[in-house]
Design a protein around this ligand. Structure first.
Ligand code: NAD
Length: 445
């Protein structure tokens, strides 16, 4: 429609931007979705970007100022939801892309949430535990006016965990003058968290693979899997697949990987990797490639992505499968547990080759789904059994996987485009049911 001037997403500089790449996916899906062009245009722009400076007194007495962000992409379908990342490479562009993906992820699985994301530029492994706590509390003090149980609800992401969520909830409660467990999810179970949140992201991806198992008649013992990233998300998907007999032939972390064509002993690797964790250390500082395995062979992350396997699971960071290395990727199925591991340039090549990519906004939606359960429990004070969490997660993941798969076949598009179309239809319906107040008026919601 002529009324809408599309966001530009084409120059060399734009192509290097994660957010511009995310917009390309929207444009591709927008063609097939039942959504007003103006509403689609609105979704290309985050509603709010907050940048904060966080002063932290270091253990040596010096003051350091850290930079953090909180982006609210859209909250039409409910309060914004999205994790907080502590990483040296955090940038506003990355946080904007991650927030946009959260809007689509919540919509694809039908949760009553919008999308948000936060991040702090820091190498958290270089901080002491007390410095990390001061930084976590300082970040919450700065973004407190913008978050809240009905406004924007953070959660863990890369290099943040349940302990950090507990500190953040405590800080927000102090500022607010009342206990506010529903302000954040991924909290420790001992302090208002949900059973089953710890492995929810990995379990959601595992349920997607179980759906593929039926449709593609996969035999677990003949199915070779490589997993990049062995943190919260990667470890749990590895554990669940290994338990079902899948052959996990390679895993890696930020320092390198390990491979065994006969299949790795995942429980042994997880306990070796986590052995460095103690009451004092927040992060695991050892790497899987240093583990003393009887048969394992060290490989690089680049080699892992190029392995001849049946399923490749990127579960670390974004931009791992790109125009530069996509030709070397041999797996016929990719399950994106990380957010944004495949660029749109690489996507086009994979699509043309008939590679099935289960997209991030579906494959890793188990985490936010159990975060939703946690939010409900924190608000009501009625805590669920693990069986109930698992049953409701299974119901949502399997139903939405089937819906996206059906869309893919009906439209003849990639699974990623089908997932975006599915999400856009829900977003479009929610936006149009609001009337013009939020979208075309001048008032703040
Ligand atoms: P994590 O901090 O627990 O683990 C990250 C893992 O990635 C670690 O094993 C780390 O060593 C590894 N890693 C870091 N840089 C790497 C590199 N360059 N190459 C290979 N491995 C590398 O984080 P996580 O929570 O497991 O998150 C991993 C991915 O999953 C991220 O993209 C995150 O956004 C996504 N995700 C996480 C959740 C969640 O609930 N934790 C939910 C949805 C999506």
């Amino acid at each position: 429609m002529d009324r809408v001037r599309p966001a530009k997403a084409g120059s060399e500089r734009d192509r290097a931007s994660l957010f511009a790449d995310a917009l390309l996916r929207l444009e591709t899906a927008g063609v097939h979705a039942d959504i007003d062009p103006e509403a689609l245009e609105r979704l290309k722009h985050p509603r709010r970007i907050v940048q904060v400076s966080i002063p932290v007194r270091m253990d040596d007495g010096y003051l350091r100022i850290f930079t953090g962000y909180r982006v609210l992409h859209d909250d039409t379908r409910g309060p914004a939801k999205g994790g907080i990342r502590f990483h040296p490479d955090v940038s506003v562009d990355e946080v904007k892309a991650l927030a946009l993906w959260m809007t689509f992820k919540c919509s694809v699985v039908g949760l009553p949430f919008g999308g948000g994301k936060g991040g702090v530029i820091v190498d958290p492994k270089s901080l002491s535990r007390l410095e990390l706590e001061r930084l976590s509390r300082g970040y919450i003090r700065e973004i407190a006016p913008f978050i809240g149980p009905e406004r924007d609800v953070p959660a863990p992401d890369v290099y943040t965990n349940s302990m950090i969520m507990g500190w953040m909830m405590d800080e927000y409660s102090h500022l607010n003058g009342e206990r506010s467990p529903a302000v954040i999810t991924g909290k420790p179970v001992s302090n208002g968290g949900s059973l089953g949140r710890d492995d929810a992201t990995g379990r959601g991806a595992y349920l997607c693979i179980k759906e593929l198992e039926q449709r593609r008649e996969l035999r677990p013992e003949d199915t070779r899997v490589a997993i990049q990233g062995f943190g919260n998300a990667g470890q749990h998907v590895a554990r669940l697949l290994h338990r079902d007999g899948y052959r996990i032939v390679a895993i890696s972390d930020s320092q390198g990987g390990v491979m065994d064509p006969a299949g790795l002993d995942i429980p042994a690797l997880a306990s070796a990797k986590n052995a460095g964790l103690s009451a004092k250390s927040v992060y695991c500082l050892c790497s899987v490639h240093q583990c003393d395995l009887p048969r394992g062979q060290a490989i690089s992350n680049a080699e892992l992505l190029a392995l001849d396997v049946d399923i490749l699971i990127p579960a670390a960071l974004e931009n791992q499968i790109t125009g530069d290395n996509v030709e070397s990727v041999r797996a016929p199925v990719i399950v994106e547990v990380a957010n944004g591991p495949t660029t749109s340039e690489a996507d086009a090549v994979l699509d043309a080759r008939g590679v099935l990519v289960v997209p991030d906004i579906l494959a890793n939606a188990g985490g936010v789904t159990v975060s939703y359960f946690e939010w409900l429990q924190s608000k009501s004070g009625d805590y669920w059994t693990l069986e109930k969490v698992h049953a409701r997660l299974r119901e949502i993941m399997c139903t939405e996987f089937a819906a996206v798969h059906e869309r893919m076949e009906a439209l003849g598009v990639s699974m990623r485009t089908a997932a975006y179309v599915h999400a856009l239809d829900r977003l479009g319906a929610a936006i149009s049911s609001q009337g013009t107040h939020n979208y075309f008026g001048n008032e703040q919601a």
